[in-house]
Design a binder for this molecule. Structure first.
Ligand SMILES: NC(=O)NCCC[C@H](N)C(=O)O
Length: 307
């Protein structure tokens, strides 16, 4: 199949020897250039499940009001539209209660999509649904994780050619993490594994890129060695307090060109971003986040334009 952008669809575009050619239309070099296209998942069939310690606590004490969560998601879509980002959708599917977290079932790379290997049974179907989505969109698949489990929130492009891969064991396990690391080592990337406690679910709970050489980090829960590594690359760090981070306050989306979509409740982050001259669209996602994820987890960047 040949797409409008003359990028042939493939189920394994990866050059097994490395140095795979970059895509011409889709993809991006980093997670902070101007976002033109994003993939979202509908909350139409969202259910609040005990997926992690964090979501379990809310489920016990104050479960998610699904209608409120759906209304919040509409606001999130409006924020993307307001900034001129084209929104693409997974087909809403009743069997997939966590489909709203479009970050996890796949990972966009400069070479094509990685189809991940979701750990939890109620999310595994998202991987198959993702293949259908990308065939429909005409986005070739780079490769599929087969050696272990891997979730997209653990693939964190720090800058062009540098990726931080989270490995908490329960979601992305070491076999999955090492398989993906090996692929990107062959592509000539610098790859670093971040071993995290499974309590935190994914690395994008605590480390998220804001702009060129600027990264948000929760210093209270991120391994100091990772912080030293980021600083060694010349990154300035915006610290997000622990309590806010546990409420998904460090989990926002960089749209490039000094524009950010961030959760309203993450006041310290928003203040710091505004002080640095960023335009911040604050969206209340607190109700959705009871189910365990935030704005970054709910977005898969499909295309960014180089500055
Ligand atoms: N990247 C992310 O951190 N995604 C959040 C996923 C939340 C979902 N309830 C899950 O636990 O799988």
């Amino acid at each position: 199949m040949t797409t409008t952008f003359n990028e042939p669809f493939s189920l394994q575009r990866r050059n097994l020897k490395g140095k795979t050619e970059r895509l011409k239309h889709w993809g991006f070099a980093n997670e902070t250039d101007k976002l033109t296209d994003v993939l979202l998942g509908s909350p139409a069939y969202l259910r609040h499940l005990a997926t992690s310690s964090l979501s379990r606590k809310h489920l016990r004490e104050n479960p998610c009001n699904i209608q409120t969560a759906q209304a919040q998601h509409k606001e999130l879509v409006s924020a993307y539209e307001h900034f001129g980002v084209r929104v693409h959708w997974h087909e809403p599917t009743p069997e997939l209660p966590m489909q709203v977290y479009s970050r996890d079932s796949a990972v966009m790379t400069p070479y094509g999509m990685i189809i991940t290997a979701m750990s939890q049974p109620w999310r595994r179907g998202e991987n198959y649904a993702a293949i259908r989505t990308f065939e429909k969109l005409g986005i070739p698949i780079y490769d599929m994780v087969t050696a272990g489990t891997f979730e997209g929130g653990d693939f964190n492009v720090i800058e062009d050619g540098v990726v931080l891969i989270g490995c908490g064991g329960a979601r992305t396990n070491e076999d999955g993490a090492r398989q993906v690391k090996e692929w990107f080592d062959k592509e000539g990337w610098e790859t670093r594994l971040a071993f995290i406690d499974e309590y935190y679910v994914h690395i994008d709970l605590m480390v998220v890129p804001i702009a060129d050489k600027l990264t948000a980090v929760c210093l209270d829960c991120t391994d100091p060695a990772i912080v030293t590594w980021l600083k060694g690359k010349g990154h300035d760090i915006v610290n997000v307090p622990f309590q806010d981070t546990m409420a998904l306050g460090c989990n926002f989306m960089s749209l490039g060109n000094s524009k950010i979509i961030a959760p309203t409740a993450s006041k310290t982050l928003i203040e710091q971003l505004k002080a640095r001259g960023f335009e911040v669209a604050a969206v209340d996602t607190a109700e959705i986040s009871k189910t365990g994820g935030g704005i970054h987890c709910m977005a898969q960047a499909l295309r960014r334009e180089a500055a």
